[in-house]
Design a protein around this ligand. Structure first.
Ligand code: FO1
Length: 311
């Protein structure tokens, strides 16, 4: 079983390549839910939905989130009613949130809802939210505290981030099967996601990082940064705010407690020695994933490196 730790768009792109070269029913994805929000009473789980829509082949590829061809009539009507609308949920996308919220109200856990929704969309890989308890990523900035989506979407990531916290993290338990899948995995992949807002919440839930350290399987991470630019999202802004060096080295260093190998972009060869000095094997390659061929190539490389690590 391949187990992937995942955020949103970057992870979904890698997984799209992986499902083309490996049996879908042998892949489990543990997804960040710190970005989840409640909007107009609906429970929205953006990273889960991005992965689910991408693997179901219905994602809006250009944006990386939402459903292709979606309309926004409901939001337009809400605006007409004078509501402040900033989180862009399309009409078709809304049906996912309506159904999830209804199922949760009927007593299903977030994992049960995710399982049901992804099955209904024909997704065969197992998608597990990191926890069934609510964890909320909070951004502290010069403008005060806010949720992650307020920071990213409402305020366009323009505020200097001074701290990131995860509300509810100490009370949260790993969702069923999270620890079991990590411990029995043949390979763990840390997807090219934001380490500080997408992967850190997963690692911060009790028992998860310890399981990653303990498990015997090879653990490989793929860089989300090329040069000093993230492939997607506000990672550079967040790192600048936190006074961190904006480079793949910082990412590798952040995962050093458990990863065996790090996939570094070939243009960042100058960082290789520093990462190797952390005790991590480095593999250089092109990491940009535009088309399906590039996504499959990275996935193939990950499987090849895993085999080498097992020797
Ligand atoms: N990202 C945006 O930048 N603007 C949006 O209005 C927005 C809406 C949205 C709706 C549903 C969904 O599943 C994702 C959505 N995203 C939007 C993406 C999301 O905010 C982030 O990309 C992830 O949380 C980070 O992984």
């Amino acid at each position: 079983m391949i187990v992937a730790l995942a955020g949103g768009v970057g992870a979904a792109r890698f997984l799209q390549g992986l499902v083309n070269i490996h049996r879908e029913d042998d892949i489990t994805v543990i997804v960040n839910t710190g970005d989840d929000l409640i909007s107009y009473g609906l429970y929205i789980s953006p990273d889960t939905d991005i992965i689910m829509y991408t693997l179901a082949g219905i994602v809006d590829e250009k944006k990386g989130w939402g459903i292709k061809g979606d309309s926004f009539n409901c939001l337009e009507m809400l605006r007409r009613y004078g509501s402040e609308v900033w989180f862009n949920t399309g009409d078709m996308d809304l049906s996912t949130h309506i159904l999830r919220t209804k199922l949760m109200k009927n007593g299903l856990t977030l994992s049960e809802c995710t399982n049901k929704l992804s099955k209904l969309l024909g997704v065969k890989i197992k998608i597990i939210p990191m926890s069934n308890e609510r964890v909320e990523t909070r951004i502290t900035s010069e403008k005060g505290g806010m949720s992650f989506q307020e920071y990213l979407v409402k305020r366009s990531a323009k505020d200097r981030v001074t701290n990131i916290t995860f509300k509810g993290i100490n009370e949260a338990n790993p969702a069923p099967e999270v620890i079991e899948s990590i411990m029995s995995a043949d390979l763990i992949v840390v997807c090219p996601s934001n380490p500080f807002v997408s992967i850190k919440p997963i690692l911060s839930i009790k028992g998860i990082e310890e399981a990653l350290i303990k498990t015997k399987s090879p653990k490989i991470s793929i860089t989300p940064i090329i040069g000093n630019k993230p492939v997607k999202g506000p990672l550079d802004k967040i790192m600048r705010g936190l006074d961190l060096e904006i480079s793949a080295f910082t990412v590798a260093n952040f995962y050093r407690r458990f990863i065996d190998a790090f996939i570094l972009d070939e243009s960042d060869q100058n960082l290789e020695d520093r990462i190797v000095s952390l005790g991590i094997k480095v593999h250089l390659m092109s990491t940009l994933m535009r088309g399906i061929k590039e996504k499959m190539q990275i996935a193939n490389n990950v499987l090849r490196i895993a085999k080498e690590l097992k020797k």
